[in-house]
Design a protein. Structure first.
Length: 222
C-alpha cells in the first residue's frame, strides 16, 4: 500500500433561532446551559470512536486527526464527561458564537504503511467520530424511509464505494443557537445558548494553496 495525503477542512455556519421562542434541546442531567457572548469560543471535544460493527471503542487521537500535542495529552474533564463516565479530548476546531467561517484549513496529513492501513480498516469497520460542544452531541441529519427527519450521533469516518475507500475530510458544521431575550435598558451584552450541533461530512480531493509547506487556503470547497 502506498502513501496518501489528505486535507482536513472545517466549514462552520451558525444558525440562530431568533426571538424568545422555545427550542427543544438535549442536556446532560445536572448541566446548566451556558450563555455565550458573540465571538466567544465554542470548544469542541472528541469522544471515543465507535462502530456498530466492532464493539471496541478507540481514542479519538488513535488516528492522525488534527490536534496539537498539548491537546492530545490533555486529561481535562468537565462535569458532563464525569456523568457519562468518559473523558473527551479537546480538538483544534475553532468555532465562535455567531461568527460564520468558510473553508478553514486545519492541517495536512500524509499517511503510509501501518497508519494508513489502520485508518482504512476503521473506515471499513464503520467507525464514527463523535464530537460535542457545550455538552451538545454532534449529529448528522438524515431521513427515514418514510421521509421523516432522523438524527445519527457522530459522523462516519469515511465510506467504501466500488472497493475504493474514502475519508470524510471536509466537515460542514452547523451550530443551532437560541438568543436570550432582550431586556430594554440593560447594559448586558447580547448572549445566546447552543441548542443543536450538526455536521455534513464530505470526502473532497482538495486543491490547496501552500506557502512555506503550510496550507493557506482551499481552492476546491464544495
Amino acid at each position: 500500500m502506498g502513501s496518501a495525503a489528505w486535507w482536513v477542512v472545517a466549514f462552520a455556519v451558525v444558525c440562530v433561532i431568533a426571538g424568545s421562542r422555545t427550542a427543544d434541546a438535549f442536556y446532560l442531567p445536572g448541566i446548566a446551559p451556558v450563555d455565550y457572548e458573540e465571538g466567544a469560543q465554542l470548544e469542541v471535544f472528541a469522544n471515543k470512536l465507535t462502530s456498530p460493527k466492532n464493539q471496541l471503542p478507540y481514542d479519538y487521537y488513535s488516528l492522525p486527526f488534527c490536534g496539537s500535542q498539548e491537546k492530545r495529552r490533555s486529561k481535562r474533564v468537565n462535569l458532563g464527561q464525569m456523568l457519562i463516565g468518559e473523558r473527551a479530548k479537546p480538538t483544534d476546531f475553532d468555532l465562535r458564537m455567531n461568527v460564520p467561517e468558510s473553508c478553514k484549513m486545519m492541517c495536512k496529513v500524509t499517511l503510509s504503511g501501518k497508519p494508513l492501513k489502520r485508518l482504512t480498516k476503521r473506515i471499513k469497520d464503520l467507525y464514527s467520530v463523535r464530537l460535542n460542544t457545550d455538552n451538545m452531541p454532534l449529529v448528522v441529519k438524515g431521513k427515514t424511509k418514510a421521509g421523516s427527519a432522523a438524527y445519527h450521533f457522530g459522523y462516519p469516518l469515511g465510506f467504501v464505494k466500488d472497493d475504493d475507500v474514502f475519508l470524510n475530510n471536509h466537515l460542514k458544521f452547523k451550530v443551532l443557537v437560541h438568543r436570550s431575550a432582550y431586556v430594554p435598558g440593560s447594559n448586558s451584552p447580547a448572549t445566546a445558548r447552543v441548542v443543536g450541533f450538526e455536521v455534513e461530512p464530505w470526502s473532497v480531493g482538495h486543491e490547496v494553496e501552500e506557502k512555506d509547506n503550510a496550507p493557506v487556503r482551499s481552492l476546491s470547497c464544495p
